[in-house]
Design a protein around this ligand. Structure first.
Ligand SMILES: Cc1ncc(C[n+]2csc(CCOP(=O)(O)OP(=O)(O)O)c2C)c(N)n1
Ligand SMILES: [Mg+2]
Length: 320
């Protein structure tokens, strides 16, 4: 799959109310290209509620349900049940895909019980968390997804806690598909949505969404910042199916030794929300702590990869 093979049809129309360089609109545009017109979109209170344009205008060329902040999982469950009923009644010729689109605040914090319940019931929908690591719509407050040391309006000296990992929490639910994605790897993102579409049950995809006003970088740098997150190892790209995790795209290249992992500093320095780590003086301790965390994760990933290669090499040997 190459970018030029993506469908030309636009389901998120231009001229919408998104900020310049908005990652959420880019992610949604790509996701809808992969899922196609036969999709029922549920938007959970977030920037996406706003970027679709003020009523009665709309930037979505497909059916949309705007829902309350805590309701992602319940909304997905309800729509899935309705689709099931209408399929039985013969209303649909082809089963529509239910897509729930929520932010990190709506997923990591207020919506997690509803999502967990739906996942435990294996309700039939795709849940996307576009993770801009803050409550962006209301002016950049911290969420459970905000990373350690990042500035937000209520973590002015940098967040003291480490972020939690909802993608792994979803893996622990044993649902049929979990994936992480990045705007900087659009074919990887597109393919993950295509695969998710072909599976039934609860599917969870989380997309890192660097937010220019919230993370404080120029609006032309969204994709560059998204790429740096992967290149420094701070954002892992993978998919998890049937108990097996496969690392993909830029993350896979690092683990396989085909690309060099960049120092976390390159990512941190590209964003004003980490400025206090470098000015007025360098905060060696916090920078080193962030680097150490990533190093430890990659030591394990690279060791596991080498071990697998080694076992495969041994198994290829002729029997003695
Ligand atoms: C129960 C409730 N509390 C607060 C709000 C106000 N509110 C709307 S969107 C939002 C932040 C959403 O953050 P996130 O889910 O990360 O999406 P983003 O704005 O970053 O796209 C808040 C607090 C609300 N709609 N409902
Ligand atoms: Mg957010």
């Amino acid at each position: 799959m190459r970018i030029k093979d993506f469908p030309e049809e636009e389901l998120l129309l231009p001229g919408n109310a998104a900020c310049q360089g908005c990652p959420s609109s880019m992610a949604l545009r790509l996701a809808l290209k992969a899922l196609g017109r036969n999709t029922l979109l549920a938007v959970i209170a977030s920037c996406t509620s706003v970027l679709q344009s003020p009523f009665p205008a709309t930037a979505f060329d497909l059916p949309v349900l705007n829902m309350a902040f805590a309701t992602g999982g319940a909304t997905g469950s309800g729509l899935a049940a309705a689709v099931e009923r209408l399929m039985k009644k013969g209303v649909y010729r082809e089963r529509p895909t239910v897509l729930v689109w929520a932010g990190d605040g709506g997923t990591y914090d207020i919506g997690i019980q509803s999502l967990s319940g739906a996942a435990e019931r294996n309700a039939d929908f795709i849940y996307v968390c576009y993770n801009n690591e803050a409550y962006s719509n209301t002016g950049t407050q911290r969420s459970g997804a905000t990373p350690y040391a990042a500035w937000t309006t209520n973590t002015v000296k940098g967040k003291r806690e480490w972020r939690k990992d909802v993608a792994q929490i979803m893996v622990a639910h044993g649902i049929p598909y979990v994936a992480t994605a990045s705007l900087a790897y659009p074919t990887d993102l597109f393919e993950k949505f295509t695969r998710a579409k072909g599976i039934r049950g609860t599917r969870y995809i989380e997309i890192l969404a660097p937010c220019p006003p919230g993370w404080k970088f120029p609006s032309g740098h969204t994709v560059k910042v998204a790429r740096l997150a992967v290149q420094t190892g701070l954002w892992l790209l993978y998919e998890h199916r049937e108990g097996i995790t496969t690392y993909t795209a830029g993350t896979q290249r690092i683990i396989h030794g085909k690309a060099r992992r960049l120092p976390v500093e390159e990512y941190l320095k590209a964003q004003g929300r980490f400025r206090h780590l470098f000015y007025p003086e360098r905060d060696e301790e916090r920078i080193a702590e962030i680097q150490r965390r990533v190093d430890r994760v990659f030591e394990t990933l690279e060791f596991t990869h080498r071990l697998k290669q080694h076992i495969m090499d041994i198994e290829m040997l002729p029997p003695r």
